[in-house]
Every structure is written in structure tokens, then in C-alpha cells.
Design a protein around this ligand. Structure first.
Ligand code: GLC
Length: 428
């Protein structure tokens, strides 16, 4: 039995060891979210059971037809590694209540039905093989369990249901060795941490995995925020989770989803925004019914991986936030005295003027090959000179330039009037 802390004591305790626990996560920047479960067989999104009013018995039949091919989790992990991702988060059990592991608490699982295999174990082994950190998504809401809706108004049902949820998570955190992330979702129908017993549950779970990082969806703030389908900078640690196509987390037909899906440039732009804002990107794929990677994700993620091999310096470990735009055709990120310019549109003038830097520039270079770039600095203006005619990035056309300043870079935001910007005419 552990001694339970009060909420303020617990929050202080986890704040005190947070830097140490989250060091790897803050450097990782990029992870893969996997929404895989019975709903992949329907191909209409992971909410199909609720949205289409499936009777439980009819939905249950999908469990017998569920047939992940051998080696599917290895495919996800291989692609994640190739894409430059550093961790994966799998829906061990989504809202439909089907567990992808050998659960004693929940007989509705992939060992009793369908493949008769422990998919979570295969996932964990694949992550370890490809040296990826391991995250478990765990739904709080459950459309299968008889107490899951009664728990809102019946205290005996609430006790049974929260015990059940704890037990599922206890299994997940004791059967597979070290787990890095616990990713809760959808705390419905109770609307408080007291209702979910989250304070006690999370303390007990942390006791089992002292290094674990927990998200903010059990109605406690815990370790990181989770903006969904939007990249919104938050104070503290945060991770934007994004679908691949803006439509669905679970599998939908690849050919039809392709036009809605991200290409490599779209993913690189998201990486830029999270890096500049001090967050992570958890980019989802919804595997096909047999567990294969959806086709439309392969080329973009592979390209991003090649791009990151050359330009990862502008992403991983860029711990300083930056909210400054020296040109309308670039994004920025920052590590200490270095500002990285992500060139979305390559200038055809073979020069690139940048405004608003107030610190002396020491050097400029391309990140992909470290070749130096000539420049001039006058007032708040830097002009990069003698640039190649075409973007030198062969993978995505997004060349990155590192500007190394003599000191912590200071910026001056552009005003509406260039006359007010120069620092020479009027210094306002
Ligand atoms: C939402 C949805 C869910 C999805 C999740 C991912 O809460 O209910 O289907 O798994 O977001 O963040």
C-alpha cells in the first residue's frame, strides 16, 4: 500500500521530478499515434459504433472477423523510425471497449477473439526493436462496459467502473516492462477528477512506472497538454495530436483519403510550428483492417524521414521557443544562439533579405551540408547572398539555414510601416 498524497502534494511531487522524466520527450518532438481496433473493419472512423448506433451485439461480431496480420506492429514501427519519429502511442483499447491485449479484467479482447494474439505485446516488442519509446493510449469512456454510463449517477456503478479502469491500466503497466507514456482519452461521463478517482489511480500507476509521462485527459493536468487537430502553443509541455487526413483517426479508404491527407511539406510545416512553440507532434495513422500501414501515409512519412536526416538539427532538441518571422516565406526555430530558417519558398533573386534581427550575426550556413552562406548585416537587416538558384533541399524543397548569432538573438517585430522598422529613421 502506498501512502496517498493530497492533490497539492501530488502536484508538487510530479512537478519536482518532471524535468528529469520528460527530458527525452522534450527532445523527441515527433511521435506516431496509432488508432487500430475493430473499427478499422468498418472503415468509417473509430466513432462508428456510437455515431451509427450499433447495437452492442452486432458490433461485437467484428471481434471474430478482426485479423491483424503477423508483423503489423513491426510495419508501424519501421515506418515511424524511418520517418524520424521517436515514440509511438497505440490505442490499447478505444471507446468501443475492445482490449488489444491479454486482459483478465476485460474478456472482450484480442486473445479471446479474432486473432487470439496479444497485439499490445507485439507492439511493445516492435517499439523496442526499433528503439522507439512506448506509449499506451487508454480510453476512459467505454461503450461496452455495462457500468460505463450508469457510473454518472449510480455510485455503486461508479465504484465498479473506476476499479475496472484502474485494473485495465494496472495490467498494461505491469505486463510489458517499462512503458514511457500513458495517454488517457475521453473522460466521459464523469466530469471531475474526483469522479474518475484520478488522483488515486494516477498515483498508484506512477508507483508501478515511476518514469511514466501522463497526459492531461483524466481531468488532472499531469504532465502535458493535448491540443487536438490544432497546433496551439500552450504554457508548459504540450503535444498536438493530428489525424493524417483531417477526417478520421481510424482507418478510412486510402485512395479516397489521399487527397485530404498531408504531404511531406504539410508535415514539415507542422513540425516547424510545434518546434517553434516548444511542443511535440503526435501524428496519427489508422492502419487498415489487417493492420498494414495505410498507403497514403507511406510516401509523405518516408520523405519527411529523409528530410529529417539532413535537417533534424532544426527540430530535435531546439528547446528555446521562438515567435518571430523575419520573412514571409520562412518559418523559424531556435536553439540557444542559433536561429533556423525553414525556407518554404525559395527566393529566385539568389538573395534573401531578413528583417528585425538586432544581434550581430556570426555566421550563416546550410544545415544539410554545413556549407557557408555569405551575408551582409545593416541595422536590423540581414541579407543572405549568392544563394543557389533552386532550393538545395532535394527531398521536400525545404532548405534550412542556420544563423548563428554572437549572443542571445533579440528581435524586433515588424510594424505596419517599414519607416518605423529600420531603427535608423525613427527608433520608437
Ligand atoms: C478524441 C476522440 C477519439 C480520438 C482522440 C485522439 O477524443 O474521441 O476518437 O482517439 O480524440 O486525440
Amino acid at each position: 500500500m502506498i501512502k496517498l498524497l493530497s492533490k497539492p502534494e501530488y502536484e508538487e511531487h510530479i512537478a519536482n521530478n518532471r524535468d528529469q522524466r520528460m527530458d527525452w520527450w522534450r527532445e523527441a518532438r515527433f511521435g506516431m499515434f496509432i488508432h487500430y481496433g475493430l473499427y478499422s473493419l468498418l472503415g468509417r472512423g473509430e466513432w462508428a459504433m456510437a455515431v451509427e448506433n450499433y447495437p452492442i451485439d452486432e458490433y461485437k461480431k467484428l471481434a471474430d472477423a478482426f485479423a491483424p496480420k503477423l508483423g503489423a506492429p513491426r510495419e508501424w514501427a519501421r515506418l515511424a523510425k524511418q520517418a524520424g519519429m521517436k515514440y509511438m502511442v497505440l490505442t490499447t483499447r478505444h471507446h468501443d471497449g475492445f482490449s488489444l491485449w491479454d486482459s483478465k479484467a476485460n474478456p472482450f479482447n484480442s486473445v479471446n477473439y479474432g486473432p487470439k494474439r496479444d497485439i499490445v505485446r507485439e507492439f511493445v516488442e516492435a517499439c523496442r526493436e526499433f528503439d522507439l519509446r512506448i506509449g499506451f493510449y487508454s480510453s476512459l469512456m467505454d461503450w461496452h462496459h455495462p457500468d460505463s454510463w450508469r457510473c454518472a449517477f449510480d455510485s455503486a456503478a461508479r465504484k465498479r467502473f473506476t476499479d475496472y479502469i484502474y485494473e485495465l491500466n494496472r495490467e498494461l503497466l505491469t505486463q510489458y516492462g517499462k512503458i514511457d507514456i500513458l495517454w488517457y482519452d475521453c473522460a466521459k461521463p464523469m466530469d471531475s477528477w474526483e469522479g474518475w478517482n484520478s488522483l488515486e489511480m494516477n498515483q498508484r500507476l506512477r508507483e508501478l512506472q515511476p518514469h511514466i509521462i501522463i497526459n492531461n485527459r483524466s481531468r488532472l493536468a499531469e504532465d502535458f497538454g493535448t491540443p487536438e487537430e490544432r497546433i496551439t502553443v500552450m504554457d508548459g509541455d504540450w503535444e498536438a495530436c493530428m489525424t493524417f487526413n483531417g477526417l478520421s483517426w481510424g482507418y478510412v479508404d486510402s485512395e479516397q483519403a489521399r487527397p485530404y491527407s498531408y504531404n511531406a511539406q504539410g508535415i514539415i510545416r507542422m513540425l516547424n510550428r510545434v518546434t517553434a512553440g516548444g511542443g511535440n507532434l503526435l501524428l496519427n495513422i489508422g492502419p487498415k483492417p489487417d493492420g498494414s500501414v495505410p498507403d497514403e501515409a507511406v510516401e509523405p512519412l518516408t520523405t519527411v524521414g529523409y528530410w529529417l536526416q539532413k535537417n533534424g538539427e532544426a527540430v530535435y532538441g531546439c528547446k528555446q521557443r521562438i515567435n518571430f518571422r523575419p520573412s514571409c516565406v520562412c518559418g523559424t526555430s531556435r536553439s540557444e544562439n542559433t536561429v533556423y530558417l525553414w525556407n518554404w519558398i525559395w527566393p529566385d533573386a539568389q538573395e534573401l533579405p531578413l528583417g528585425g534581427f538586432m544581434t550581430p550575426l556570426k555566421s550563416a550556413r546550410f544545415v544539410h551540408d554545413n556549407s557557408p552562406i555569405d551575408f551582409e548585416q545593416k541595422g536590423h537587416r540581414i541579407i543572405l547572398k549568392d544563394l543557389p538558384q533552386l532550393s538545395p533541399d532535394e527531398h521536400a524543397g525545404v532548405a534550412v539555414i542556420a544563423l548563428e548569432f554572437a549572443d542571445t538573438p533579440q528581435f524586433r517585430r515588424a510594424s505596419y510601416y517599414p519607416q518605423l522598422n529600420s531603427g535608423q529613421v525613427f527608433d520608437v
